[in-house]
Design a protein. Structure first.
Length: 617
């Protein structure tokens, strides 16, 4: 019994310190808690659980978790694993943290417990916790799981604050119109407020999806931001940087940062480092002043696998601190992408291609962009979808509707796939994971599953991967592209949620770049890659046209200045070069008065090219 009393005394001291500092809880609170555990019947059990709860304080909503209360508002705490699981939690109230701010989930580590792991299971929401914070921790937090967490906050404080933060998986939607989003702070170890651990302020992201729309900074790190995977989108509406940290390193995943009135990404005093070969940064500032899309006071270390692009041919500034409009320039670029170089436009990294060892090499060239699909071939494609996907013959109305959409270029293969596989009729068959995969292989690959690919997809499905994401993998594959080519229709590209964007004009614009710039027809993989990037807003039409000129395939042509300028006339003006213009532009290049990128900036910014792009929108 003496051991138990010591534990209770320690708990009382910790709570008493919080009471003294915050002045919000009556002193009798701790006495009541102690009285609850005097029953000898539970003494042995309590000795273990009280030890598990020592050294920290964990609150969910207005509840403080304890040996007798391990769950609240859909959240369950496991003392042995030091894990809090959010099971479709819904929290709108809060408890005071050590500084007197209300928090939806609060974790106060007194310096000994270590990182709290939070698992997302289902769709959880934390909404408007007074004027405090939705999530706060003076220690370290690690997030994982396959669920989602939506944080809605109208106050001015941080929505999501911690001393060290790791995000490994899950979906995070942060809406904070008047305040900050994620704030990871560094602090020294202190005995204040009952004890406080040292934290480094580092943010590590290895997976998951983060969407943050804030009035002020979306992500702030008092240390380093390290990204090896995942998808991050940050948009800030006020005069604040979208992302800010001491240093920034990225080896995988994608980041989109946008600020209306300040810098897109600002790193100080450290560097922006891009390594590996799978990462992408797209940063934008809409400010008219001397704000920068990408600013790193310590400079940039960009691996050889990457290229810097923007409409004017971006490069690192003369002082190496920011990305400029032109290589070595002094005017900050407003819209910058750092991405993996495409070996050539015809061999892009296809998103979501199934890891099947039997996936064939790139299919043949596509049809002429001006040629409409053959109506008989289109009907055969639609009939096949009915028989293979739905196990029945097509009814006349459905056959005519889908065929009409394909022949009139209002739909593509991805649109059809979504319509059939996401239909109530298909879902009503209630296929298990194995039968579902057999349908995917038959419908989109026109074959039986191979063992390696089937087992890989089964593992993903059994681990909780949504079927829409698996469907997207099959639709975006080379094999389905080859099947679409066989029937003369566009394959299209599907997002992980099963949605897709199809624009026949955009597709034909991409085809035009193949013929005008590379002098050949395009193939499905390359066409869909570039069209998808335009349709999703990742690149503009102008940026895609410039990318073709920077491709390895085009550069390997080794064109002299005369031939190079002729290509610019065809690509950007839609005509052959006139004699006087050809001589003028070639002369400027020969004399070194302008670089090729500077010439391209003039052609791509012309009214003629603007008119050409308008025809395809």
């Amino acid at each position: 019994m003496r051991k138990k009393r010591n534990i209770l005394e320690r708990l009382c001291i910790a709570v008493g310190i919080c009471v003294f500092a915050l002045g919000t809880f009556p002193v009798s609170t701790c006495d009541v808690g102690a009285a609850e555990y005097e029953d000898a019947e539970y003494e042995d059990e309590l000795l273990d659980t009280e030890d598990a709860f020592s050294g920290f304080k964990l609150t969910v909503g207005d509840k403080t978790l304890s040996p007798s209360l391990t769950s609240a508002y859909g959240c369950t705490y496991d003392p042995g694993a030091h894990t809090l699981t959010l099971n479709s939690a819904n929290i709108s109230s809060g408890s005071n943290n050590m500084y007197g701010s209300k928090t939806g989930i609060g974790y106060q580590d007194y310096g000994s417990k270590g990182a709290l792991k939070i698992i997302l299971n289902g769709d959880s929401v934390i909404t408007n916790v007074s004027d405090g914070m939705n999530i706060w921790s003076c220690g370290s937090l690690i997030f994982d799981g396959t669920g989602s967490l939506t944080l809605n906050h109208t106050g001015i404080n941080d929505t999501f604050s911690a001393g060290h933060l790791e995000i490994n998986n899950g979906t995070y939607i942060i809406n904070c119109e008047n305040g900050h989003g994620i704030y990871v702070f560094d602090q020294e170890q202190s005995s204040d407020y009952g004890g406080r651990p040292e934290t480094d302020g580092n943010l590590n992201i290895s997976g998951g999806k983060i969407s943050c729309a804030c009035g002020y900074k979306c992500i702030t790190s008092g240390g380093n931001i390290t990204i090896s995977g995942g998808e991050i989108s940050c948009k800030t509406a006020k005069d604040n940087n979208a992302i800010e940290a001491q240093s920034f390193s990225m080896s995988g995943g994608s980041v989109y940062a946008e600020s209306d009135s300040a810098n897109g990404i600002r790193i100080s005093p450290g560097k922006i480092v891009m390594s590996g070969n799978t990462a992408t940064i797209h940063s934008v500032t809409k400010a008219n002043s001397n704000k920068k899309a990408l600013w790193a006071v310590g400079g940039f270390e960009i691996g050889s696998a990457y290229t810097i692009t923007n409409p004017a041919g971006a490069g690192i500034s003369s002082d190496s601190e920011f990305i400029a409009e032109t290589p070595g320039g002094t005017t900050p670029a407003k819209d910058v992408t750092i991405k993996v170089k495409s070996a050539s436009p015809e061999t892009p990294s296809s998103p979501g291609t199934p890891s099947s060892p039997e996936t064939p090499s790139s299919p043949g060239t596509s049809a002429d962009p001006a040629a409409a699909p053959d109506s008989d071939a289109v009907k055969a494609f639609v009939k096949r979808m009915y028989t293979v996907a739905l196990d029945r013959e097509a009814e006349e109305a459905g056959l005519n509707d889908w065929s009409g959409q394909l022949t009139s270029l209002k739909a593509d293969g991805a649109t059809l796939a979504r319509g059939f596989i996401c239909s109530d009729e298909f879902k009503g068959k209630n296929y298990g994971n194995g039968d579902f995969l057999n349908k995917m292989y038959g419908t989109f690959f026109d074959r039986e599953p191979d063992e390696g690919g089937f087992n890989s997809w089964m593992a993903e499905l059994n681990a909780g991967t949504p079927r829409e994401k698996v469907l997207a993998g099959f639709v975006n594959s080379k094999e389905f592209g080859a099947l679409c080519d066989k029937y003369g229709i566009a394959r299209g590209t599907m997002e992980d949620d099963g949605s897709n964007i199809y624009n026949a004009g955009v597709r034909n614009f991409v085809l035009r770049n193949y013929t005008q710039t590379l002098g050949r027809n395009g193939e499905t993989e390359g066409i869909e890659y570039w069209a998808h990037r335009i349709n999703t807003g990742e690149l503009t039409m102008k940026e895609v046209a410039i990318n073709f000129l920077h491709s390895e395939e085009f550069l390997n042509k080794g064109l002299n200045n005369v031939e190079y300028v002729k290509v610019l006339y065809r690509t950007f003006l839609g005509r052959e070069a006139d004699e006087a213009g050809l001589a003028d532009w070639t002369g400027q290049l020969d004399r070194g008065e302008k670089t090729r990128d500077e010439i391209v900036a003039g052609f791509s910014g012309s009214q003629e090219f603007a008119a050409i792009m308008a025809q395809y929108q």
